[in-house]
Design a protein around this ligand. Structure first.
Ligand code: Q46
Ligand code: ZN
Ligand code: ZN
Length: 322
């Protein structure tokens, strides 16, 4: 197995590119693919100040590393979700990564800062944990990006993630979600710009990137992800990809190029990107935190109000609340 670029011994094969790469040229490919995605979808401008949503997993740490390598002023934001030992271990990974590289990291801890955590908030509001979690993360990332004057929030969604989400949204024709599934969401009043620079890279490549760059990441899945539908979609797509390399790429990028515009109207305010052309003027403000909200109090403030100070809920090894 020889590197496609230099003919030296290769360390990884990428079947959808029908090519093998040595360490140096694989790392270059990852940087080039990230830069290509950023340019192709006009995600960022040179020198932008970017807030990277870091979880301690391979994708978000690799993304942070890649954005720094590409010359962006990239700072990390980690949210301690209070999901048992998983959160303790992932937080430690993120702190070690930032410290070893002298990078700026902001940390928010649901328990220390809001007197709650994801399992407790989920139970108090009768939401599934991932819903309480997603709502909290979106709110806190949006706020931190706007308050910190960042040009964009970057997340580590890779090609496998996006193809699996697209698969799920297409299976059920969830048109509003399809409209939001773009690699860039433009800023709107009260919402920062959101970008996904890893959409041209797969899960396996991100794991290899971390290993080759000496990045320690948390390998275990969040215990709440057990039985998650997306894991099933990923497995199904992996089977298709094994038989027909390039299918995930064609599915996702084909959607973006040839079908996404058909759903643009399904999620008001998402698609145009034209300043002033938003629905946010009709949306009010949360009277507690000032975030955009259709009711007097936003969903995050209601979540905190319902669960702050409540008897903490723990989670079992199988990801159940108790
Ligand atoms: S949403 Fe759900 Fe993830 Fe939050 S509770 Fe865990 S699995 S971490 S991306
Ligand atoms: Zn090479
Ligand atoms: Zn609020």
């Amino acid at each position: 197995m020889k590197c496609r670029v230099c003919r030296e011994p290769a360390v990884i094969d990428i079947r959808r590119h029908n090519a093998n790469f040595c360490v140096e040229h694989f790392l270059r490919l990852c940087r080039d693919q990230t830069a290509k995605a950023i340019e192709e979808f006009s995600m960022l401008s040179p020198g932008d100040k970017v807030l990277v949503a870091v979880s301690g997993g391979k994708d978000s740490l690799a993304l942070w590393d890649l954005l720094v390598e590409l010359g962006y002023e990239a700072h990390g934001l980690y949210i301690g979700l209070g999901i048992g030992g998983y959160s303790d271990r992932s937080g430690a990974m993120v702190r070690d990564f930032a410290q070893a590289r002298g990078l700026e990291l902001t940390q928010i801890d649901l328990r220390a800062d809001y007197d709650t955590d994801v399992p407790t908030a989920a139970k108090a509001t009768r939401r599934v944990p991932c819903s309480a979690c997603g709502l909290s993360k979106r709110h806190l990332f949006d706020r931190a990006a706007l308050d910190g004057g960042y040009d964009a929030v970057a997340t580590g969604h890779n090609l496998d993630d996006e193809a699996a989400v697209l698969f799920g949204n297409t299976l059920r024709w969830q048109t509003e979600y399809l409209a939001r599934q773009m690699p860039v969401l433009e800023a709107r009043a009260g919402f920062p710009r959101k970008v996904k620079p890893l959409v041209r890279l797969g899960e396996r490549e991100m794991a290899a990137y971390c290993v080759l760059r000496g990045i320690d990441y948390i390998v275990e899945e969040c215990p709440m992800a057990v039985g998650n539908k997306h894991l099933g979609y990923k497995e199904a797509l992996n089977e298709i990809e094994a038989r027909s390399p390039g299918s995930k790429h064609d599915f996702y990028f084909g959607y973006l190029a040839r079908a996404s515009h058909r759903f643009a109207d399904a999620a008001p305010g998402v698609s145009s990107g034209t300043p002033g052309d938003t629905d946010s003027a009709s949306v009010g403000r949360c009277e507690r935190c000032g975030s955009p909200s259709t009711s007097n109090t936003c969903a995050f403030c209601r979540l905190i109000e319902a669960s702050a100070g409540a008897q903490p809920v723990t989670i079992t090894e199988k990801g159940r609340l108790k």
